[in-house]
Design a protein around this ligand. Structure first.
Ligand SMILES: Nc1nc2c(ncn2[C@@H]2O[C@H](COP(=O)(O)OP(=O)(O)O)[C@@H](O)[C@H]2O)c(=O)[nH]1
Ligand SMILES: [Mg+2]
Length: 118
């Protein structure tokens, strides 16, 4: 999809408390859409979103990460955001520029504090 009509672009922030699976979900979406040919993991430090050495060491997202995929003739821009309170400035910045958000929750923990915040 070299050029995309503005009406076919969707900007979506992926938000929620730390450790709920946002980065893993983005990775799975990129894999399903054929943007990557192997499914990376947070534990192995091989996800597209968490590319920084510090993110690999801590096994958590420290800054916002913009990925994109094509799905059903739409270009989906995904902003994977940090869920830890100490690193959420990119999360709030991301929410200002998107028209949609995907809120990821832990089925065990339910709505945690940084999920409420976003
Ligand atoms: N049990 C379970 N663990 C998951 C799931 N999705 C992600 N994880 C694990 O939860 C941890 C945090 O995942 P991550 O994607 O970094 O969460 P994020 O902080 O919201 O981006 C990692 O160890 C993942 O492997 C899931 O659906 N079920
Ligand atoms: Mg993450």
């Amino acid at each position: 999809m070299p050029q995309t009509e503005p009406g076919k672009i969707r900007n979506v922030a992926v938000v929620g408390h730390r450790g709920t699976g946002k980065t893993s979900l983005v990775e799975a979406m990129l894999f399903q859409a054929g943007k990557v040919n192997r499914l990376g993991s947070v534990e192995q430090g091989s996800t597209v979103s968490d590319w920084d050495d510090d993110e690999h060491r801590r096994q958590m997202s420290l800054s916002g990460s913009l990925e994109h995929l094509e799905w059903q003739e739409r270009k989906i821009n995904l902003l994977d955001t940090p869920g830890d309170a100490g690193f959420q400035s990119d999360t709030y910045a991301s929410l200002r520029i998107v028209e949609g958000a995907l809120v990821v929750l832990s089925d065990v923990m339910g709505v945690e504090v940084n999920t409420s915040r976003v």
